[in-house]
Design a protein around this ligand. Structure first.
Ligand code: KG4
Ligand code: ZN
Length: 346
């Protein structure tokens, strides 16, 4: 009999629920994926306001779960497990999803599976049936994180290889967009304008500190843009966007290729909102060693979604990881702390 895992995501500003059907060891089939976005709530503030985000999650969550069930043609009673993001993220937002998931699992007497949001971003490639050879290389590039990992068998152990020292890649896009007067979230806006511009128009810095081959740094780039914009006659905005995007993409590609060359990986998985960037996809493919396979989820599964939570949930369920609903809490883990804790293990 197939299993049906409900995945719930509420760590930042997307309320999302999805249902995945799978046979143990067999094919995964996404039956539904429903997301309520909150962009209009945060637009006027230029970034996500945590308290407003949790209030909106509270309103959206149950309708989104019901819509996911409806789209899948299933009833609550047909669910086999609930997987939910419980770290890292905005603590108030995480709590809304976790409490809903606990209540559902408790009421339905089914296992509850706590999911690390970052690990789920990479596991999103399972939705497209990717066959990954472990250990693989993972690059997570979102609004809050920019990290390289070596991922061990079974999506179990994520060994940190490099992190951003300051801003995340998505943050660099968002902050740059803000300086240019473009609305939040800035990544898609910059990317759209960049498509019409000349990436070589302005030479923005590529932060590649010689002392570290796999860490990233983007805050200098943002300052460089702020300084550039003080010029009396800056280049057309499309050229600025294309050049700014190029600097972010080049830094991401260079560090990832360095990490790839240090190990012997067959597969690279790239995920998180910035992985939706077309220019990055092209340049990464061109720069990787020819033998390496590049896996990037479809753009809709790069940004936050419940499907990736259900996908990793299905793996954890196969691994026998379901727990009692009372045993899970929302925990916010600062990326640096998480990385240090993980490093300590190796
Ligand atoms: O993974 P995600 O949806 O949320 C977080 O967990 O942070 O990533 C959101 C980030 C934002 O910074 C957004 O500007 C960026 O991903 N982003 C993009 C693109 N689409 C979304 N950045 C560059 N190019 C894109 N096409
Ligand atoms: Zn994310």
């Amino acid at each position: 009999m197939p299993f049906h895992v409900l995945g719930i995501e509420s760590s930042c500003d997307e309320t999302s629920a999805a249902i995945l059907r799978f046979e143990p060891g067999g094919k995964r089939e996404l039956l539904s994926d429903v997301t309520a976005r909150q962009e209009e709530v945060h637009l006027r503030w230029g970034g996500v306001v945590p308290e407003l985000a949790s209030r909106r999650h509270l309103e959206s969550l149950l309708p989104v779960v019901k819509a996911a069930l409806h789209q899948a043609g299933l009833s609550y009673q047909q669910l086999s497990a609930v997987a939910v993001t419980n770290r890292p993220g905005l603590i108030g937002s995480l709590m809304i999803g976790v409490n809903a998931a606990r209540t559902l699992a408790f009421t339905l007497k089914i296992p509850l599976i706590p999911i690390n949001h970052l690990e789920a971003h990479l596991a999103a490639v399972l939705l497209e049936g990717a066959e990954i050879q472990f250990p693989c290389l993972g690059l997570i590039i979102s609004g809050g994180h920019t990290s390289l990992y070596e991922v061990q068998e079974g999506w179990k152990d994520f060994r940190p290889l490099g992190h951003t020292r300051d801003d995340a890649a998505g943050e660099a896009f968002d902050k740059g967009a803000r300086l240019l007067g473009l609305p939040y979230p800035g990544g898609p806006q910059v990317a759209k304008l960049a498509a019409e511009g000349n990436p070589a128009a302005i030479s923005f810095p590529r932060a590649l500190p010689a002392w570290n081959e796999t860490d990233f740094s983007f805050s200098g780039l943002k300052t460089s843009l702020a300084t550039y914009l003080q010029r009396p006659s800056p280049a057309p905005v499309a050229d600025i966007c294309a050049s700014y995007q190029e600097a972010i993409v080049d830094a991401l590609v260079a560090k990832t290729v360095n990490a790839a060359k240090r190990g012997s990986y067959r597969d690279l998985v790239v995920a998180g909102g910035v992985a939706a960037n077309q220019r990055l996809r092209e340049k990464l493919r061109a720069a990787l060693p020819a033998a390496m396979r590049l896996h990037i989820p479809a753009p809709a599964f790069c940004t936050d979604n419940g499907a990736m939570i259900a996908a990793l949930g299905s793996v954890r369920l196969e691994q026998g990881e379901g727990i009692e609903p009372e045993g899970i809490f929302a925990v916010e883990v600062a990326p640096a702390t998480e990385a240090r804790a993980a490093r300590g293990k190796h």
